[in-house]
Ligand binder design. Sequence first.
Ligand code: HSE
Length: 430
Amino acid sequence: MRTLKVALLGCGVVGTEVARIMTTHAADLAARIGAPVELAGVAVRRANRPRPGIPEHLITTDAAELVKRGDIDVVIEVIGGIEPARTLILSAFDSGASVVSANKALLAADGAALHGAAAKAGVDLYYEAAVAAAIPLVRPLRESLAGDKVNRVLGIVNGTTNFILDKMDSTGAGYSEALEEATALGYAEADPTADVEGFDAAAKAAILAGIAFHTRVTAADVFREGITEVTAADIASAKAMNCVVKLLAICERGVSADGTESVTARVHPAMIPLAHPLANVRGAYNAVFVEADAAGQLMFYGPGAGGAPTASAVLGDLVAVCRNKLGGATGPGESAYAQLTVNPMDDVVTRYHVSLDVADKAGVLAQVATVFAEHGVSIDTVRQQGREGDASLVVVTHRATDAALSATVSELRTLDNVRGVASIMRVEGE
Ligand code: HSE
């Protein structure tokens, strides 16, 4: 029985766990795959760090050399970022190796080209770990639901921001205070931009939308708004409506103006009712709702980050691609046959919570309501609270397009009686 050789690119938090599980579960992995798997090389940036459990002779700083050695069956890429990961993966394909990657940024930016290169080389590209770590999402969408029609994917796919919003909700803290705590506890990175500005979630949304709708979707197609502008007042407003604020990734089918089927993908903070299952996803946990024609509503829940949970997904992919190798086959590649148009945010239809500071005098409410009406945005509820000559006015709308809401808000800003637009938040999950 031949031994399958694995090269590991990156030996940080995830890589270390991958190596550990490969060693401790070696016998089980061999039994499940049908052949032993051997760690044949580990590429690192700095060779002189202690790496317990990894034989020193396997360590190299020359990743390029490792991937084109010729005897490597599978390359596991857990270094992240666009380069050198992209070049290394392409080189691995050229050398006949299948690739297991956890690299959401790369797959969301350049997934089509990578899939094309894998197909051309007759090898696999698997990336369950790229979206919400241990939570099975890529494989269920790509394989289990391959016979169904997925209509919507709605989820919390970033643990850092969920931790921050949950802290704000449970303690009344402001954004900065909650971020500080997330940093101190190791949930937020020293530079939290990718998480708090929604880049991480947008990359995951692009990957999920692409697979769910059999359409090429890149991170650039995903509307993105982070959580940095969410205030304690927004959280309190949500509470008053029996809602909670979550950073959501929403990918859904729609219909373009010309009647053709299209899709949208977006990431932004939104209010969701407390009764919605996503409202109860606390701390750094992730959860994703998938709605499909025949399957109905499915929910996937679990730890969406961290060394061991990400390694779990990597190992699952490793077993799959090794089985394919032994069988002389490849698993499912890119499926983008539907080629649906990815519509811009303007075309998204949802409800809105608009918080205005207005002058508290006769006719102002009517004036504000007229602006909504003129843009075809129907009002569901209005809540007003007077404050010494001024008032806080909270308008919750029925469903309207983002374009109509934006035009409404632009006009409201021009009114003398509107002192300011305190916040606009979408309302989802109803
Ligand atoms: N930083 C991400 C999160 C995990 O907070 O969920 C990696 O995608």
